[in-house]
Structure formats: C-alpha cells, structure tokens
Design a protein around this ligand. Structure first.
Ligand SMILES: *[C@@H]1O[C@H](CO)[C@@H](O)[C@H](O)[C@H]1NC(C)=O
Ligand SMILES: *[C@@H]1O[C@H](CO)[C@@H](O)[C@H](O)[C@H]1NC(C)=O
Ligand SMILES: *[C@@H]1O[C@H](CO)[C@@H](O)[C@H](O)[C@H]1NC(C)=O
Ligand SMILES: *[C@@H]1O[C@H](CO)[C@@H](O)[C@H](O)[C@H]1NC(C)=O
Ligand SMILES: *[C@@H]1O[C@H](CO)[C@@H](O)[C@H](O)[C@H]1NC(C)=O
Ligand SMILES: *[C@@H]1O[C@H](CO)[C@@H](O)[C@H](O)[C@H]1NC(C)=O
Length: 754
C-alpha cells in the first residue's frame, strides 16, 4: 500500500500544480463532460445530437468535430469535448444540455482475509456463480496471472455482450477474464504506461484477483502470508475496464466511458477502488455513473478513501453505492531489530532480506547530514541532504518524511533503514532493502543507544508473520460523517484492507521505487482499494444465490448481516468503539460477513424512485435530478416529497440522526419497510439498544410474515438530548430477531462539531 499512498501524495501535488496553471490562464482549453437529456434515443442519433449541440456552440460542424472527444451512447447520453471555460458556461445554458462537468483526475484509493471473515474455500456455492460477471474499473489486468486461469470454465454466459481484443503487450482474454478494455480519452501519451488493458501498476491485478480470482495454491511473498489466494467468487468471471493511468491517474471522462461500456456489456457488479472527489451527487461522475448502473440492476461497490482518520473524510458516499472502509485482519508483519547492547526491539513492514553479518554500524540521518544547515531535514533522510561517505556500509535511522527513504539510503551505499513514524504503523510497507518502521518510543530508544557509545551497531532481521489483535479499522481508512448528506451514515461497512496478499503484475517492481529489483507474482497491499473488492466479491456471491435481487436488496443483505459488537459472534471478531473511537463513522455496520449475507431473513429494499425522492428531500432541484438520472423532463419534486414528519425518505438499512444545535432535544422519525426473504411464515421481534441520553422506540415491536416477499412497515423514533461538544457520536441499534435471523441496523446520533 505504501507505494499506493506515495502515489497518492505525488498525485495530490500533480493536481495542485495543474489547477494553478489553469488559474493563471483563463482561456486554457480543458476537457468537459456534457450530459444531454433523453436516454431513449438510439446511439447514432445520440452521437449526431452531440455534434449538433457543439456545432451550435462553435458555429461550424468542422470546429464542433475538432472539439468533440467522445460520445457516451450506450448507457448514457453524454459527450466529452475540449472547451474553454466560457464555452463550457455557454454550453450549460443551451437547450438540450442538462449539465456540464469539468473533467478531473481522481486517484486510486490485498489470503487469509477470506478465512478471517468466515468464507472458507469449502463455503456453500451455487453453480450459478459462473454466470456472475464482476466488472472492475482500475489500472488494467495481468491476463497471464494464475488468478485468471480458466481451467474448468465454460464459455461466458449468454448475456455477455462485452469484448476483448488483441492489444499491445496483452496476451488476450479467456473464459475467466472475459472482457478487457481501456479508455484514455485525453490522448496524452503516458510514457510510464501502455495503451492497452495491460496492468503496468499492479493495483488492478490485485483488486480483480481479490474480488473474483481463481484459487491459486502456495501464494506468498518472501515466504510470508503463505496460502491459497482466491477471490470471493472463484468461479465468477472478470471484466477489466482500464480507466487509470500511471502518470495521470483516473479521469472522469475515462471513468464514465468505462461505466458506459460495463453497463452495456452486462456485468453484474462493479468494483471501483477510485475516489478522492466529494462533489454533490448530481455533479460527481462516480455518483452519476453508478446511479445509471443501479437503474440497470447493477450494484456499484466503492472504496471509502484513504484520508482517515479525519472525521468527514469519506468519499464515494452516494446512497446507491456500497461504501467500504478498511479493517485489519489478525496477521501482521514485523521485523526484529537487535542493537549492539543486546536489546531487541521490533518494527513493522515487509523486508525479505536475511542479514549477512551479525551487526552493522548504525547512525541517524541527523548525524550524517552533508552540512550543518541541512541537519534538520537530513533527519528525514531526504536525497542530497546526506553525506554518502558517512552513510556507506551503515544502517541509518530516519524520521518518516517522504516515502522511500530506504531507496535513498540504499542508493547512497547504506545497508538498511529504520524509519521512525507515528502513522501507518498498522500497515506493513514493503521495503527494497533491509528496513523496518518503528514508533517514536522505540525510535527514541534506538537514538539514545546510538549516542551512548562510540561505535553503535545493530541488525535488522527478515520480516516475520505475527498474530495481532483484530479487527481494527486502519488509520488511513476514511471516516464519516457523510459530507454529502446528514441523513445517511457512511461508510457502510468495513472489509479487510490491511496487508492483503493478491496477484501482481510482472511489469512493476514491488515498491516502484528507484533501485528496486524485486518482482513477484503476488504482493501485499493495503488500502480501502483492497477492502472494496472484498465487498464487491461478496456482492457477487450474494447475487449468485439471488440473481433477481435489486442492488439495494443485495446491499441491505450485506449490511444487516455484518459482524458487530454484541457478543453474538466470536469475540475476536467484534467491531467496537473501544478499539475505534470513531465507531460507526469508522466501520459503518461492522465487518463484512459473506456467509450470513446470503441468508439475511429481511431486506430493506428500494427502487430508483426512492433515491429520486431522497434527492428531492435533500433539496436538489428537479432539473439537476433529471440530469443525474438522464431524464428528458424535469422531475417534479413537489409531487414526490415524503411524509413531512419523516426525517429521511430513504429505506436505508442504517439510521442516522443529526442533532440540532439550537434544541435541547432533537427527535427524528424514521419510516422503514422490510421485505421477507426468509421463511414464508416468520415472526420478528425488535430489540432496541439505546445509548445513554437517547430514547428509541419502534412501532410495531413485532413483525409477522405469512408469505415470502411480504413487506412490513415500521416507524423508529429517536430522541436525543444535546451532547457535550467533545462527543462526536453515540450509537445504539435496532435488531429484528426471528428464530433464525438477526437483522441489525446501527442507529447513530451525530453531534455536529461546528
Ligand atoms: C510492449 O511491447 C513492445 C513491442 O513488442 C515491446 O517493445 C515493449 O518492451 C513491451 N513493453 C513492456 C513493458 O513489456
Ligand atoms: C512502540 O512499539 C513497541 C514495540 O512494538 C511497543 O511495545 C510499544 O507499546 C509501542 N509504543 C507506543 C507508544 O505505541
Ligand atoms: C427506474 O428504473 C426503471 C426500470 O429500469 C426505468 O424504466 C425508469 O426509467 C427508472 N426511473 C428513473 C427515475 O431513473
Ligand atoms: C433551530 O434552527 C433551525 C434552522 O437553523 C430553525 O428552523 C428552527 O426553527 C430553530 N429552532 C429553534 C427552537 O430555535
Ligand atoms: C426519554 O424518556 C424519558 C422517560 O419518558 C424522559 O424522561 C426523557 O426526557 C426522554 N429523553 C429524551 C432525550 O427524549
Ligand atoms: C417474540 O415475542 C413474543 C411475545 O413476547 C414471544 O412469544 C416470541 O417468542 C418472541 N419471538 C422471538 C423469535 O423472540
């Protein structure tokens, strides 16, 4: 992951520079996505309408064609064009144009993990699993990888309309990897990538093998994490839509083209580990594209982002997405460090190097600065601040500044690196030389030792697998509250996203850092990027049992069945506010539990109109909602508004009440319906857990069902007193219990901080 986080940082710099350049030159042309109403038109007439609109703007068809980049005609009615800012503004006022969105670049946000969450290889499976297609939006894929071996697979299901051609450096598809396409509409050459669905980064290979990879025995990295690597649905098919590029990231234009193709091709579930922008729902490409996918019965599963642990950092928070946080599993990777005085300490990370000597001289970055002026910065082991003659042949202790100080030290002839950090200690970074990451207490111990003797020495051992307490939510995993609406709890759920072993590309070294020569078929990555395909694979697993369930029903089944903290399950698998003080804002409903998700008893179902009602209720106007859903005529919100006393119009499987600052007591009424998908005749009783200072009532307290698919309604009233300003949230839950099922919804009371 750390490499991923590095690219995140670099990418942020890239974005900032780019914005600045645009700011100083108003007439710079940029890419825009233009949404046009009327989904019903056929592809040809959509495309000619697009040229028509551009011709009206530009005054000539020739100029229109020069500015036109791409027409989205399959699942959307939209086009991409190169325009100046003033042209974009003019366009947005033109007849037939619904909205104009500036194309922006997003960033990428991996096998024991399946056993840990209780989906063993022997789990019950449906033959229908091989008809399920998981579409992945990512950096491409490695077709030769064992994870995409098609031994024993028949031809793709008949509904599949996708394709896979022969591309540069791409050996082609098979009956496992049934589709591969790439989208790079900005036309800029990418010296670090190949115009082909081939994965030169490793991220896409990793995420797709996690979601739906075939089982591969004896997977490992440096002998670590040994086991069988596999996806949630090893018999399912994979389709890759490459929308992310090594140098530029993932652009909105390409993403939309990927969704346009995937929806048309007939994928069942979309997995997208990309994010970073949190726009309003009607202006955000992922939210618009996934709404259209939902309309076609496809659930989109997305990563929550790696901007934690700050409150309000969660991305991809539209209510029709399943938003996934990253949790740790019970396995960590640590290295022993032995100091010359015999003291042993330990650090975190993955290094595959066995020491050749018993001890090496050790120093600290500050002590080997190239001159006194650069002493402070040399503490972070930044290139050009260190004196190579003093580094050569030594271990160097560095503070965590930029990533890759192990690369810097190795480049200067050093033996290895001890990195001192307060963050990222819950994930194992891969090193390209003997290295480990220690906390500041341990760092201080080592520093004292270095300065306590004339010739300090130490040795860093090869990493070992250790058992650690789990689950916990990774520090990096983005937290709620939802910045898009105060009525919906996000993230939805947590899934394993720390130190995940999965397939990798042969076209990239393990660290991607200068001087690294390590390659591997498998690698270990961390990020909500790795959590997302666990949930996407689980959604595919649920769909293989219930092919006719709506996206909302699949999502509800996954959410109400999660592992949580009530002692009903294995203690070691509890999510708890004692471990994660951000509680539900860190883990949503709790930890993914695939085996229970296929048999939830009840589901909170919704159709597309529920979301439209929700948007009306949130204050979106009829014309912007029309642009989101691609309707020609405006939506008449007045006719759609929900009952006035209801706090939210949406049948969400979780409940969030946001306190009003000017009231001593805030009361919310939440109307919900559940559909019986369990035994025809069943009785569910409500169990309420209310936190201190909060009253929760449910009416009725018993739901009686006499047949399958029967719908029952109930009303939850939540009253909460003003809380101390230091408290961000308190939570309780509503559980519907029958003899066979436990259907749990957390109830969160959020205390806004400003
Ligand atoms: C891609 O293929 C071209 C032509 O065969 C070859 O020259 C190039 O080295 C390949 N690139 C990679 C990264 O394999
Ligand atoms: C620092 O790491 C050491 C060794 O892993 C551990 O025992 C100690 O509790 C840690 N200290 C803090 C403050 O986290
Ligand atoms: C809802 O879905 C149905 C069936 O797919 C479709 O016909 C209808 O246009 C959709 N409505 C909206 C508002 O998207
Ligand atoms: C509290 O503020 C909201 C809007 O900020 C307002 O609608 C409401 O009337 C206020 N309530 C009281 C009791 O002042
Ligand atoms: C909860 O109910 C009790 C008993 O009816 C009442 O005294 C208390 O004020 C209520 N608290 C809230 C927050 O409504
Ligand atoms: C539900 O409550 C009723 C009445 O209290 C009780 O008879 C029944 O056993 C309960 N059912 C379950 C599944 O707990």
């Amino acid at each position: 992951m750390s490499r991923k986080l590095v690219s995140v940082y670099l990418f942020m710099l890239f974005v900032i520079t780019k914005c600045y350049l645009l700011g100083v030159n108003g007439e710079t042309k940029n890419y825009y996505i233009v949404f046009v109403g009327d989904q019903l038109a056929n592809p040809e007439s959509k495309a000619s309408t697009h040229i028509g609109i551009l011709s009206a703007l530009k005054g000539s068809e020739l100029d229109a064609k020069a500015s036109h980049v791409y027409s989205y005609t399959k699942s959307f009615n939209a086009f991409a064009a190169k325009l100046s800012e003033s042209e974009a503004r003019e366009l947005s006022d033109m007849d037939g144009v619904q909205s104009v969105i500036l194309n922006q670049y997003r960033r990428l946000h991996t096998t024991r993990s399946w056993d840990f969450i209780g989906l063993p290889q022997t789990a019950r499976r449906k033959k229908f699993e091989s008809d399920i297609i998981v579409g992945v939006m990512d950096t491409g894929i490695t077709p030769e990888s064992d994870s995409f071996n098609d031994d024993g697979f028949g031809p793709p299901p008949a509904k599949w309309k996708g394709s896979c051609h022969h591309f540069a450096n791409f050996s082609g598809c098979n009956n496992k990897l049934i589709g591969a396409k790439y989208f790079k509409l900005d036309g800029n050459p990418d010296p670090n990538d190949i115009l082909s669905p081939i994965d030169t980064d490793g991220h896409g290979t990793h995420t797709s093998s996690t979601a739906a990879g075939s089982a591969v025995h004896n997977a490992e990295l440096f002998g670590l994490a040994k086991g069988t690597a596999r996806g949630a649905v090893p018999s399912a098919r994979v389709a890759m839509y490459k929308v992310c590029w090594a140098s530029s990231g993932c652009s909105d234009m390409d993403l939309l083209a990927g969704f346009d193709a995937a929806i048309h091709d007939g994928v069942d579930i979309i997995s997208i580990s990309i994010g970073g922008l949190t726009g309003i729902y009607t202006k955000d490409t992922i939210s618009i594209a996934s709404f259209h996918a939902m309309n076609k019965g496809i659930l989109t599963v997305a990563s929550a982002g790696n901007d934690g642990p700050n409150f309000g950092s969660v991305a991809n928070h539209a209510p029709w997405l399943l938003t996934v946080a990253a949790s740790g599993i019970d396995r960590g990777f640590q290295s022993k460090v032995i100091l010359g005085n015999g003291k042993t300490v330990s650090g975190v990370g993955i290094n595959g190097f066995k020491p050749e000597q018993k001890l090496y001289p050790i120093t600290s970055g500050t002590d080997v600065a190239i001159n006194t002026e650069s002493q402070d910065i040399a503490g972070y082991c930044i290139e050009d601040t260190l004196d190579p003659s003093k580094v050569k042949g030594k271990l160097v202790q560095c503070k965590l500044g930029t990533w890759g100080s192990d690369s810097v030290i190795k480049g200067l002839g050093g033996i290895g690196t001890i990195i001192v950090s307060e963050v990222f200690l819950d994930t194992a970074q891969i090193f390209m030389s003997p290295a480990t990451m220690v906390n500041s207490t341990t760092g201080e111990t080592i520093n004292k030792y270095i300065h306590s003797t004339r010739s300090p020495s130490a040795v860093i051992y090869k990493s070992e697998e250790v058992k650690i307490a789990a689950p916990f939510i990774a520090t990096f995993s983005s937290r709620g509250p939802n910045p898009g609406t105060k009525h919906i709890l996000k993230p939805d759920i947590a899934a394993p996203g720390v130190d995940i072993l999965a397939s990798y590309t042969p076209l990239q070294t393990l660290t991607g850092l200068k001087g690294d020569t390590q390659y591997s078929k498998f690698t270990i990555m961390s990020g909500t990027s790795m959590a997302c395909p666990h949930a996407a694979g689980t959604a595919a697993y649920v769909k293989s049992f219930h092919p006719d369930w709506s996206p909302a029903a699949i999502k509800s089944a996954i959410m109400t069945s999660a592992y949580f903290c009530l002692g009903l399950h294995d203690k070691a698998r509890q999510m708890s506010s004692r471990v994660n003080k951000e509680a539900e804002f860190a883990y949503g409903v709790g930890l993914l539990n695939p085996r229970r998700a296929i048999n939830p008893g009840l589901v909170y179902d919704m159709n597309n109109m529920s979301y439209v009602q929700f948007l009306c209720h949130e204050g979106y106007d009829g014309s912007s909602i029309a642009s989101l859903i691609g309707s020609k005529s405006n939506i008449n919100c007045a006719s759609l508004l929900p009952p006035l006393d209801s706090k939210d119009a949406i049948n969400y499987p979780t409940i969030q009440l946001t306190l009003k600052k000017n009231m001593t007591t805030t009361t919310g009424i939440f109307r919900r319906t559940v559909t019986n998908v369990g035994q025809a005749i069943s009785i569910y009783n409500a169990t309420i857990r209310a936190p201190k200072g909060v009253n929760i009532t449910v009416e009725p307290m018993t739901l009686t069902f006499s047949h399958a698919s029967q719908i029952r309604s109930f009303k939850v009233t939540v009253s909460a007193k003003t809380m101390a300003s230091t408290k961000v949230l308190v939570s309780g839950s509503l559980i519907w219990k029958s003899c066979r099922h436990v259907v749990r919804s957390p109830i969160v009371v959020y205390n806004p901080q400003d």
